[in-house]
Design a protein around this ligand. Sequence first.
Ligand SMILES: NC(=O)c1ccc[n+]([C@@H]2O[C@H](COP(=O)([O-])OP(=O)(O)OC[C@H]3O[C@@H](n4cnc5c(N)ncnc54)[C@H](OP(=O)(O)O)[C@@H]3O)[C@@H](O)[C@H]2O)c1
Length: 300
Amino acid sequence: MHGKTVLITGATSGIGAVAAESLARDGARIVLVARDRERCERTLERLRGAGPRVQHRALVADLSSMSEVRRVADEVLASEPKLDVLVNNAGALFGRRIETNEGLEKTFALNHLAVFALTLRLLDRVRASGPARIIVTASAAHRVASLDFDDLQSARLYRERKLGQLLRYGGPAFHVYARSKLCNILFTRALARRLAGAGVTANCLHPGFVATRFADEAGGAIGPLTRIAKLFAIPVGEGAQGLEYLAASPAVENLTGRYFAGTVERSPSAAARDDATAERLWEASEALLRSLGWPERFGS
Ligand SMILES: NC(=O)c1ccc[n+]([C@@H]2O[C@H](COP(=O)([O-])OP(=O)(O)OC[C@H]3O[C@@H](n4cnc5c(N)ncnc54)[C@H](OP(=O)(O)O)[C@@H]3O)[C@@H](O)[C@H]2O)c1
């Protein structure tokens, strides 16, 4: 990874932190985008220890805010001439419906729309850096989800709280999370189609059920329940292997539009392979960003 710049979100914790350190050890220069300045500093210290010969860098942004995504992407465009790998890894599960000050349901905003917005804003730079790679951390949770385009912000889903949903998903919070991870796979596939022949691959992965800080702050019953379940989860080092593999391995340099479980390619659910839904999601995501004042062409 010598000479490569890796921009990664969600590198202040969990699988992103371990993968970033490992890539730094292999010679990559890491640019992390994260929401907490102190956690950024601690991460940078570890990165300097792992890969001392290059200038790692941190940019601060709360990725659940699309105006923050745009600001930080523009900071990157103004200062980073080359982006060899873009890793969209930040994500969370929230125990209740939270609406951002932009009127978006927070899981959808952070886990999907931020990934869509950041990637498209940086896409020309990634394309110009080819051969390049784009990676999205999805989840096997997508397998229980389908999208409802009349309720992308999940207002109705939370309002109605059906018994079937409780039995199938354990409640609306996990259902909403699973939908956001389905969006990750649909987006990756639609992106890969657009990037065919451009020297940029786009792949996504389920890292495994990993003992990270994931859902610790979810609130409600989900936080404590996940903490107990995580007693049976795989260690963080193992969970980070898929990210490291997709970012660095020559074995996947020509693969695109694929879904992996760790380092093994898998077929995602039928809903995740539905190209018409992927295109509809792309259009709906563009429309949402435009309604928030994003320009007609996101990359400019
Ligand atoms: N753990 C699992 O079993 C599992 C399974 C499948 C998929 N995943 C996915 O794996 C990815 C990484 O999660 P993890 O397991 O490593 O959990 P984690 O330890 O909680 O890490 C999540 C990362 O996302 C960052 N983040 C959260 N909200 C953010 C925001 N508003 N703006 C910017 N950054 C934000 C966190 O920053 P802070 O350090 O500031 O909190 C942290 O760096 C997520 O996309 C998750 O959905 C995890």
